[in-house]
Write a protein that binds this ligand. Structure first.
Ligand code: 5GP
Length: 189
């Protein structure tokens, strides 16, 4: 599976959880309705309000592991104790049709995809500070203290990987970060 001149762009966005990445990605998709969002597969249970097939495809660990054996995933990673992966067939189909695709995946997955698609546009969204990240996770109210502590430790590790990305966008103010992200995407399209 390779991408060529006539194929679509891959926009890969990573960020520590709570950096505002989901909000930014949603706004980006509203602004560019022809960009396809790559719906990931995960073994994590759905959070309140998450919809099957829109936010994620929720599958069992057994199905996920089978996917690993059958080379189903273009990339996959274990994040915060759960599996997450991108279906290679769905991605290849979109790229083959010349569609631009937006992927919201973690640092491990981004590195795997860059090996396969060196021309992928990688974007790291930074929180303005570690304290701001913790406050956002607490305010979201979706996770327990223990989960938040785990996510904070992972965030510091992820932030150390930001130099592997082509672009870094600091989400200090949503409208400003959104403007920067839009301009960046427009530059490649
Ligand atoms: P959450 O459980 O908070 O939705 O996501 C946790 C982390 O998993 C986030 O960093 C998110 O970007 C990442 N993630 C979501 N889908 C995928 C995927 O398909 N592959 C990889 N490698 N990471 C993913």
């Amino acid at each position: 599976m390779t991408a060529n001149e006539s194929s679509g762009h891959l926009f890969i966005v990573s960020a520590p959880s709570g950096a505002g990445k989901t909000t930014l990605c949603r706004a980006l998709l509203r602004r560019f309705p022809d960009i396809r969002y790559s719906v990931s597969y995960t073994t994590r249970p759905p959070r309140n309000g998450e919809r099957e097939g829109i936010d994620y495809r929720f599958i069992s660990e057994e199905e996920f592991r089978q996917g690993i054996e059958q080379d189903r995933w273009a990339e996959w990673a274990k994040v915060h104790g759960h599996y997450y992966g991108t279906d290679a067939g769905i991605l290849a189909d979109a790229i083959g049709k010349g569609k631009d695709v937006l992927l919201d995946i973690d640092v491990q997955g981004a590195c795997q995809l860059v090996e396969r698609f060196p021309e992928a546009v990688t974007i790291f969204v930074m929180p303005p500070s570690i304290e701001a990240l913790r406050s956002r996770l607490l305010a979201r109210g979706a996770d327990s203290r223990e989960v938040i502590d785990r996510r904070m430790a992972a965030a510091e590790e992820e932030i150390r990987c930001r130099s592997r990305y082509r672009h870094v966008v600091v989400n200090d103010r949503l409208d400003r970060a959104m403007g920067e992200l839009q301009a960046l995407v427009e530059r490649y399209r």
